[in-house]
Design a protein around this ligand. Structure first.
Ligand code: ADP
Ligand code: LRH
Length: 489
């Protein structure tokens, strides 16, 4: 049995991908793809979790119709969001999306009651307004106390398929409630939220066998016999597992999708005061690793511009319109919280440019160019910070995820950081998810082998830096904008 299926659901889209290992090469076949996004209802933002579950079932039915009768299955999704269950295992409430505004101001409020230094020393997790800690603090208290179980989104999807409740570690760490030293929930943080340890399932490591999809589901929807394997259920954890092996050169990665996650894999966390000041995170990885990284606002900016423009142009078209627009004309401090969920992204970008005395981008091409230029410049700043914090120089930047398709952004990044960029694979998250299944099934020995197979199975495109005219002036302009934005947060 050589069929492994990754369910990979990001904030903007989901897919079921079949992976097989043929003569030492990993083959991917997309079985099913669907869109994702949160919707606003009465001022709150929610995911449609039943829709996502139904899409998984539809994808598995398609696999069965295509002749797959047996497979293993792993699930990954975005992080931090949770599902509340009652004692009967029924969902208590719709699932809040992390951009929901109920957490506005909550991080500061909590910071007055609970020392941020202490929380960082315990958890090593960066301060983001939507960390589960802040979301739970902002959640209706009675509802939370009444919850029998609090599952993270992928844990819930596994539960719907198998009836088994888990709390997978790579995703659980993004709650900002796990203690790095004890490698379990921190009792003080739980009691701060008035929560009990029993409300969370046991921590589960990637690679654990979770048994089969229930016979009822298999029969009702005509599905393959799927053995569920616990994947690295945080999509970024899977994406990092799917970064191709690098031959002898020091490298950092960007997992480039709705977010740009820029960082390195470490064997030990760095949760000192410098890392805290720079707001770098130590999310738990599979196989005892840590993702030392920074969240950068990423392609959410262009997703929103595209949506507000009525979806007239594809991402590829927007990138080519941007390539035809004047470079470095207007820049935005793209990681400022004002861009997290503004009422209107296009207006927010224009206002930011106007406030800083720059030309206001008007056309979709100008808006896209402003976004890609600003992202490339922010990568440079955060890469320098990363090198300072780890004490390790970076020679190559590996970009994986949907953003690796954006040739303009990849080239701009190489030019601005002055180093080689290697782009691809675009489906690194599904690949990381599959790698855990293949290792668990004995098809691969370990993650080193998986990464070298990934490196030889997919085309990786190299971008070498080209000179940028008047780079010094550009960097000075960017540094002013970037520092002013950090000071105003
Ligand atoms: P997520 O998993 O966060 O939903 P993905 O890794 O699927 O995100 O990446 C989606 C992003 O990839 C899109 O928002 C888009 O910006 C970018 N993208 C995908 N295909 C292309 C393309 N052909 N040209 C330019 N950008 C692309
Ligand atoms: C990327 C991601 C990221 C989290 C955010 C919530 O999809 O999982 O790693 O910070 O979404």
């Amino acid at each position: 049995m050589n069929n492994h299926i990754a369910v990979d659901i990001g904030a903007s889209s989901g897919r079921l991908v079949l992976g097989t290992l043929v003569d030492g090469s990993l083959k991917l076949e997309e079985i099913h793809r669907f869109s994702n996004g949160f919707t606003e209802q009465e001022g709150s933002c929610f995911w449609d979790i039943d829709y996502l579950f139904n899409e998984i079932v539809s994808g598995l039915h398609k696999a069965k119709s295509a002749g797959i009768t047996e497979c293993t299955l792993g699930i990954d999704t975005w992080a931090v969001d949770y599902v509340l269950l009652d004692a009967e295992g029924k969902r208590i409430k719709e699932v809040y999306a992390y951009r929901d505004r109920r957490t506005d101001g909550v991080m500061d409020e909590v910071g007055k009651l609970l020392s941020p230094e202490k929380v960082y020393a315990k958890t090593g997790i960066q301060q983001l307004t939507f960390n589960t800690l802040y979301q739970l603090y902002a959640h209706d208290r009675e509802e939370l106390e009444a919850a029998d179980q609090i599952l993270m989104v992928p844990d819930y999807l596994y539960y719907r398929l198998s009836g088994r409740k888990i709390n997978e570690v790579t995703n659980a760490s993004t709650m900002q409630l796990l203690n790095l030293a004890t490698r379990d929930f921190d009792p003080e943080l739980l009691s701060f939220l008035h929560l009990r340890r029993e409300q969370f399932a046991p921590l589960t490591e990637p690679g654990e066998d979770l048994g089969f999809i229930t016979a009822d589901l298999v029969q009702q929807y005509d599905l393959p016999q799927c053995r569920l394997i616990c994947a690295a259920t945080h999509d970024t954890a899977s994406a990092v597992l799917g970064v191709p092996a690098q031959q002898g050169r020091s490298s950092a990665y960007i997992s480039s999708g709705t977010w740009s996650l820029l960082g390195v894999e470490l064997e030990r966390p760095i949760n000192d005061s410098r890392a805290m000041a720079a707001n770098y995170t130590n999310e738990w990885g599979a196989y005892g690793t840590y993702r030392f990284l920074k969240n950068i606002m990423g392609l959410w900016l262009i997703q929103e511009v595209r949506r507000l423009d009525g979806g007239r142009y594809s991402f590829a078209e927007l990138a080519s319109m941007a390539a035809g627009s004047e470079g470095f004309r207007s820049l935005i401090p793209c990681n400022h919280p004002r861009f997290l969920n503004p009422d209107n992204m296009i207006e927010e970008i224009r206002q930011s440019c106007a406030e800083s005395g720059q030309p206001v981008p008007e056309t979709p091409g100008e808006l896209a160019r402003c976004i890609f230029d600003s992202l490339a410049l922010s990568y440079r700043s955060y890469l320098a910070e990363l090198e300072g914090l780890t004490g390790q120089g970076i020679e190559v930047l590996q970009i994986v995820g949907g953003g690796a398709n954006n040739e303009l952004l990849c080239q701009l990044t190489a030019d601005i950081i002055g180093r080689e960029v290697q782009a691809g694979p675009t489906e690194s998250t599904a690949l990381g998810n599959l790698a855990v299944q293949m290792i668990q099934s004995g098809r691969m020995t370990d993650i080193h082998e998986a990464r070298s197979v990934i490196g030889t199975s997919f085309a990786i495109k190299s971008y070498l830096p080209q000179p940028v005219p008047q780079l010094d002036q550009l960097l000075a302009r960017w540094d002013d904008l970037h520092s002013a934005a950090i000071a105003s947060e």
